[in-house]
Write a protein that binds this ligand. Structure first.
Ligand code: PLP
Length: 387
């Protein structure tokens, strides 16, 4: 139940990686047959990624994961446009792999306009559109928020901004929405799109960046010129082949996966409605593979470990926050007590209704047990009180 943190590698991906390590283990830069075989594996993976994104395969660059893709997009993109302006527009709930590079640019003198959600946790498209002006060098917004599953209004924002500022650099961190929501990067008008393999049944350490043809990004590291110099270094062919196989699986699943997630989400919300202590944080119209909830009065970590005892693994907020109260949840306006008692449940293609029912039953058991502990400890035993 923690598939936004990472997923199990699918068999097709594991087999593709093994074959690329054992048989087709050449360096794709080599001119001989072994190199050509490795290059062919990369081309096949590029083709699959391009088919899912709605772009050409030459527009796909393999990276070490979405963190690297986001760093290349933000730092490399802004670096290539040094004299074009000093303002960057971003959502206030970006993942640290976007928020971190933005903070670094802020120290260099860029002004970051961070667009926060309005009351109720919804982003208003006009807040993004109104923030972009002639001084803006980059607009970056995530597709789906990793903590709550909120779908950002990119469908309205990006085409509107593109019409007004045809040359503006636009990036989207697509990690939590890619393959889950309909997408065509060309039609949307985004220049850069980051995705991660390990959220989609590929191993960790591989991801990709869509870079629209003709858009310039400065390299943020230097080496042998692989991936057109954008991500130099010998490409990890086994990981690339594995991601290709995993993405092929996602492609075959198609949009049908969304209705499966919707059914799981609905079923779990219904089961949780029987637990009066539980508050749902995710919006009804969020991306349905993510469900964030809080049980005010109990700390996330206490519940997380109690659920672990039941054989159920979830996140406290987001895996990246590592137990700290996340800035993202604060930006959503969640009161501290609710943010500290957040659990994030997230589904994969393999999650079943029986598993979501088992989660709801285990949570009920955990709440009952923790309630008993608190009652035994008396009024001062309230979890997290005064901390
Ligand atoms: N962006 C978002 C929205 C994420 O959820 C994550 C991972 O949790 C990342 C970026 C980073 O991806 P990776 O682990 O591939 O570096």
């Amino acid at each position: 139940m923690d598939n936004c943190a990472t997923t199990r590698v699918c068999s097709a991906a594991a087999e593709a990686a093994l074959a690329a390590m054992r048989d087709d283990y050449g360096n794709p830069s080599s001119l001989h047959k072994k190199g050509i075989e490795a290059e062919r594996l990369m081309t096949a993976a590029r083709k699959t990624a391009a088919a899912l994104l709605g772009c050409e395969r030459e527009e796909i660059y393999f990276t070490g994961g979405a963190t690297e893709s986001n760093n290349i997009a933000v730092l490399g993109g802004v670096s290539a446009r040094k004299r074009q302006g000093k303002t960057i527009v971003a959502s206030a709930v970006e993942h640290p792999s976007v928020a971190g590079p933005l903070a670094a640019l802020e120290k260099e003198g860029y002004q970051i306009k961070r667009i926060a959600p309005r009351a109720g946790g919804y982003f208003a498209a006009e807040d993004f559109i109104g923030a972009v002006d002639g001084d803006t060098v980059l607009l970056t917004m995530m597709m789906v928020n990793n903590e709550l599953g909120t779908i950002l209004p990119y469908g309205q924002v990006i085409p509107a901004v593109r019409r007004r500022f045809p040359g503006l650099l636009i990036h989207m961190d697509g990690v939590q929405g890619f393959t889950k929501l309909p997408l065509n990067v060309g039609r949307l008008g985004v220049d850069l799109f980051s995705f991660s393999g390990h959220k989609l049944y590929a191993p960790k350490g591989i991801g990709g960046l869509y870079l629209r043809k003709g858009v310039r990004v400065s390299p943020i590291q230097y080496g042998g010129g692989q991936e057109m110099g954008i991500r130099p270094g010998t490409p990890p062919v086994p990981l690339i082949a594995a991601m290709g196989a995993a993405l092929e699986l996602c492609r075959k699943e198609g949009p049908e996966i969304r209705s499966r997630y919707q059914a799981l989400n609905r079923g779990l919300r219904q089961a949780l409605a029987a637990l009066p202590q539980v508050v749902i944080n995710s919006p009804e119209d969020g991306c349905p593979h993510i469900l964030s909830l809080s049980v005010p009065g109990f700390r996330s970590e206490t519940m997380l470990h109690a659920l672990e005892e039941e054989g159920i693994y979830v996140s406290s907020g987001s895996a990246c926050a590592k137990g700290a109260v996340s800035e993202g949840l604060a930006a959503y306006g969640l009161p501290a007590e609710r943010a500290q008692s957040t659990l994030r449940v997230s589904f994969s293609k393999d999650t079943t209704p029986e598993e979501t029912a088992a989660f709801a039953a285990a949570l009920a058991k955990v709440i009952k047990h923790l309630d008993q502990v608190i009652n035994l400890a008396g009024p001062k035993g309230q979890e997290g009180g005064g901390q």
